[in-house]
Write a protein that binds this ligand. Structure first.
Ligand code: PLP
Length: 280
């Protein structure tokens, strides 16, 4: 059977039934070290008991020390893969990570329209660059990510990403972070989770700010001194996507995800010679 004949056949319908397992779809880059990207996201999704479906927007050259290169994949391949999965699976949530370039972001935005119209939660981690290494999105971030802002349930920028998306300076306190998050929300996402991990680095507390239709919520936690694991942003956005996929209210999903990732940071472990990875 050729792929075309298979795509046109009815076999996929036959396996649909009451026992069908729900899926969470990951759209992200491949970090072969497994600390970030698709592999790290897949770990979170399977911990939550969902089937993991995933499409790869770029392959990176990286280890635990640094990310040195990216090879974007073909946006039309990614679109076709997403279309097939939406047609075939019961997708309850989507996590979008690294997109590599504007063409890929546009293709992903178009491909997810049907899920967005059906109110499937979509979490966007607006990945701009590796903490140690190269940019992971080419060109103007705001322009590239605009098609995704209007379909996002939650977008999870760190301080640099927030500054790039609002064309502003990097927030230096919780108040300017909150104001930028409110401005970003006006572009369409239902909620913005601004991650303040790099704010007041000398302080023993961390504050993340969630801005949604009900106002602002500060989510506070203790800074875990000296530990900056690889892939925390990826894990956090996947956690939120899974909790929303279970039907948790937005605020509960975000707070639960922040707490879970903080526990995983506290249990970070060395896998290679570079930064530690999150604990299990
Ligand atoms: N590689 C991929 C594929 C990613 O998606 C990300 C972050 O989202 C990174 C690398 C960088 O992760 P970190 O900045 O935590 O090192």
């Amino acid at each position: 059977m050729t792929p075309e004949e298979f795509a046109g056949s009815d076999t996929r319908r036959i396996v649909r039934g009451p026992l069908q397992q729900a899926s969470v779809l990951i759209i992200a880059g491949l970090d072969p070290s497994g600390g970030a990207g698709l592999l790290a996201d897949a770990h979170v999704v399977s911990q939550h008991g969902f089937h993991v479906a995933g499409t790869c927007t770029a392959v990176t050259e990286q280890d635990s020390v640094m990310c040195s290169w990216m090879h974007p994949t073909d946006p039309s391949m990614v679109s076709n893969q997403i279309a097939r999965l939406i047609d075939d699976f019961e997708i309850r949530g989507v996590k979008i990570g690294m997109l590599a370039n504007q063409e890929m972001a546009a293709a992903v935005g178009r491909s997810l329209k049907r899920l967005a119209d059906n109110k499937v939660p979509i979490v966007v981690d607006p990945v701009l660059r590796a903490t140690r290494g190269i940019p992971l999105l080419e060109g103007n971030a705001k322009q590239a990510l605009m098609p995704l802002l209007s379909i996002a349930t939650v977008i999870t920028p760190n301080l640099d990403e927030l500054a790039a998306l609002t064309a502003d300076h990097v927030a230096h306190d919780a108040d300017s972070m909150r104001q930028q998050a409110r401005r970003l929300k006006q572009f369409g996402p239902r909620a913005v989770l601004a991650k303040g991990g790099h704010l007041e680095e000398g302080s023993s507390d961390i504050v993340d700010v969630l801005v949604d239709d009900d106002g602002d919520t500060a989510i506070r936690g203790h800074r875990i001194e000296g530990v900056t694991p690889h892939g925390t942003g990826c894990a956090l956005s996947s956690e939120i996507a899974c909790r929303l996929a279970f039907g948790a209210p937005l605020r509960e999903a975000v707070i639960g995800a922040c707490n879970r990732v903080r526990l995983r940071i506290a249990e970070a472990r060395a896998v290679g010679r570079g930064r530690p990875f999150l604990g299990l």
